[in-house]
Design a protein around this ligand. Structure first.
Ligand SMILES: C[S@@+](CC[C@H](N)C(=O)[O-])C[C@H]1O[C@@H](n2cnc3c(N)ncnc32)[C@H](O)[C@@H]1O
Length: 229
């Protein structure tokens, strides 16, 4: 299962950013900025972006923590990391981000290490959500926060129908233009399996987080789970 997900993200890497921007009409950048803000990262923080993909959140974290801070972007898809690295190199000054190939289910860091963490569209893709949350909890310092952004099935039936229509009628055909129909058709079923905001809160508490709040955004079609250790 993990291998299939890794292969999928390696394959879509060359068009991933372009499609995200197109399909969200640029909105994903705003949602990512919100996640970075809610992670509590500040100047000088040591931060982790789990499932960093092509690096959007890690790059935003780096802007926030400045030259005295540290950011690690971790993902298991080599092709995504290569794009993240290239994007960072094109910035001036080059942000100090360490790109690391690794597994969100077995984070290669000591306990109580990070001041803040983000995860964008990663939790829905890991094969073991409780374990991923436990790992995140383990590597955060006491009282540190993580902000976890992902799709969400809205509770409002009409918006739900609209979201499904958007995925079927816009997202999949757009991906088809890039020869990636199957790769984007996976979003709807993955969203059906994904815990609701309330369920995410319960899972976060079970993982050991002292507080957990789920903020619905974009009419509830997206959400940010903010947890603190
Ligand atoms: C939808 S992308 C999100 C990328 C980026 N965070 C963003 O918001 O644009 C999901 C990423 O999660 C990564 N991923 C999924 N499961 C993982 C795991 N167990 N360990 C590390 N990375 C994983 C994939 O390789 C992919 O790059």
């Amino acid at each position: 299962m993990s291998d299939r997900i890794r292969t999928l993200f390696n394959r879509i890497a060359p068009v991933y950013d372009q499609l995200n921007t197109l399909l969200s009409l640029g909105q994903h950048r705003i949602w990512k900025q919100m996640a970075v803000k809610w992670s509590g990262a500040t100047v000088g923080s040591t931060c982790l972006d789990v499932c960093c993909g092509s690096g959007d959140l890690a790059l935003l974290l780096a802007e926030r923590v400045g030259l005295t801070g540290q950011v690690i972007g971790l993902d298991f898809a080599t092709a995504q990391l290569a794009i993240a690295q290239q994007r960072a190199q094109e910035r001036y000054p080059i942000p100090s981000i360490t790109w690391l190939e690794g597994d969100a289910l077995e984070l290669p860091f000591p306990n109580n290490h990070f001041d803040a963490a983000t995860m964008g569209y990663g939790l829905r893709n890991v094969t073991d959500i409780p374990r991923s949350l436990k790992e995140l909890h383990r590597v955060l310092k006491p009282s540190a926060k993580a902000a976890i952004l992902d799709f969400h099935r809205p509770s409002n039936a009409q918006i739900r129908t609209l979201q499904q229509w958007y995925l079927d009628a816009i997202v999949v055909p757009a991906a088809q233009q890039f020869g990636l129909t199957e790769e984007y058709a996976y979003i709807a079923p993955s969203l059906d399996r994904f815990p609701t905001g309330t369920e995410q809160i319960a899972l976060a508490r079970q993982a050991g987080f002292a507080t957990a709040t789920h903020y619905p955004i974009a009419g509830g079609t997206m959400g940010v789970l903010v947890v603190s250790k």
